[in-house]
Design a protein around this ligand. Structure first.
Ligand code: SAH
Ligand code: SF4
Length: 388
């Protein structure tokens, strides 16, 4: 417990407090200070008895993460560089606060509040989505991704994952509230399963932030056993996003080495058996790379591959990174791709604009500024698929 107070469940606080002869309601009080008010320093917990505060002063109570830099884009996206003050916890990650987008999924059936301020006295909060990281770097090695190129430095602890949201909350503007949390920052969340699962339980705990499980999304490059485990452990309640990026094994393995271990013949059945709640859909993420995976033939193959899966598709134009030769797609190719998938699969297909471009808002780009890429050879880019 004392190793990671911010990553501890209420019942673990109760057990630890029993050992120092403190009552269970005191444990809950401290848990609430941390998780509903972002306060971890016992001295600031004003309604906690002085004798208890003195005992806690000898514990390792400090917030396990700290804000190192905040950059705000013209669209109010806030990109935050996060460091870890504890010794033995090196590295930085990033978390991003994203205000509602004009093209936010209009048919997201989990939205039970109006998006715009309502008339009258009560004004609905502006719903902010926070993107958080799960590891320093990433071991998956996707060739278009800055985190992948850097390699894995270490797993974050549950407390370090939760603390990103607790810190993010302190950066909200008046009238904003965090409504959605997506694990789409640095790292592969399912490669750090235990800490991520603990963080999910804490973020959705009714004595804490109490986020709705359906508003928390785990994005994965496709670790099949852990997708099954997540589905089982949370009964399909946690929203799932799959980074697919290619419609066949040959191409997918070229840009995502993890496909060698879990090819599409294993990944797609895992998506089909994920115990999705009724009316929920899996999000398919597809980063479009110019001349590599962005042609009509790819869109058609994608539709065939995913036939019958309850899904929505997010097309993400690739944000160029220094260490890879590839470029974002041409606008016309993005629109053509969207048309084909929308018409032939009959599902919602969104184009995710890169937000806050001028602040390096793509995955891993702020935390990795100036970092040296690990040396490895890039796969060669294939023929341009029907282009002159
Ligand atoms: N590891 C997880 C979550 C973090 S990456 C995953 O891969 O799903 C979040 C998303 O950003 C993924 O869909 C990833 O493919 C995408 N991404 C990474 N680098 C990108 C880039 N340079 N341009 C556009 N999207 C990128
Ligand atoms: Fe890791 Fe996701 Fe980047 Fe792939 S896209 S290297 S899985 S963070």
């Amino acid at each position: 417990m004392q190793d990671d107070p911010v990553g501890s469940y209420p019942e673990e606080w109760v057990a630890a407090f029993a050992e120092i002869h403190e009552r269970p309601f005191r444990a809950k009080q401290v848990f609430r200070w941390i998780h509903t008010r972002s306060v971890a320093d016992p001295e600031k917990m004003t309604d906690v008895a002085r004798t208890l505060r003195e005992k806690l002063a000898t514990w390792n109570m400090a917030m396990p993460a700290e804000i190192r830099e905040v950059r705000r884009a013209v669209d109010d996206t806030r990109k935050v560089l996060v460091g870890f003050p504890r010794s033995g916890h090196p590295g930085t990650v990033e978390t991003v606060l994203i205000p509602p987008m004009p093209d936010d999924d209009p048919d997201d059936e989990s939205d039970d509040e109006p998006a715009a301020p309502v008339s009258g006295l009560r004004v609905a909060p502006r719903r902010v989505t926070q993107c958080i990281s799960s590891q320093v770097g990433c071991a998956m090695g996707c060739v278009f991704c800055a985190s992948g190129v850097a390699g894995l430095k270490r797993h974050l602890t549950a407390g370090e994952i939760v603390a990103q949201v607790l810190l993010g909350r302190t950066l909200l503007d008046e009238g904003e509230a965090i409504r959605n949390v997506v694990l789409m920052g640095m790292g592969e969340p399912l490669h750090n399963y235990d800490a991520v699962s603990r963080a999910l339980r804490l973020l959705t705990h009714h004595d804490g932030l109490d986020l709705s499980t359906r508003r928390v999304t785990v994005s994965t490059s496709g670790l099949v056993p852990e997708i099954d485990r997540l589905g089982e452990e949370f009964g399909g309640e946690i929203a799932l996003a799959i980074s697919l990026h290619a419609p066949d094994d040959e191409l997918r393995t070229r840009i995502m080495p993890v496909n060698k271990k879990y090819p599409l013949t294993e990944l797609i059945p895992a998506l089909r058996r994920y115990p999705l709640a009724r009316r929920r859909r899996i999000t398919i993420e597809y980063t479009l790379i110019r001349g590599v995976n962005d042609q009509p033939s790819h869109a058609k193959a994608l539709v065939r591959l995913l036939r019958g899966l309850p899904m929505k598709v997010n097309l993400i134009p690739m944000n160029p990174i220094e260490s890879a030769p590839w470029q974002g797609p041409e606008r016309d190719d993005v629109l053509a791709f969207q048309d084909i998938v929308r018409n032939e699969a009959g599902c919602a297909v969104f184009i995710r604009r890169t937000r806050g471009d001028e602040i390096d808002a793509a995955c891993g780009q702020l935390a990795l500024r100036g970092a040296k890429p690990v040396k490895r050879s890039l796969p060669t880019i294939g023929a341009r698929d029907g282009r002159p």
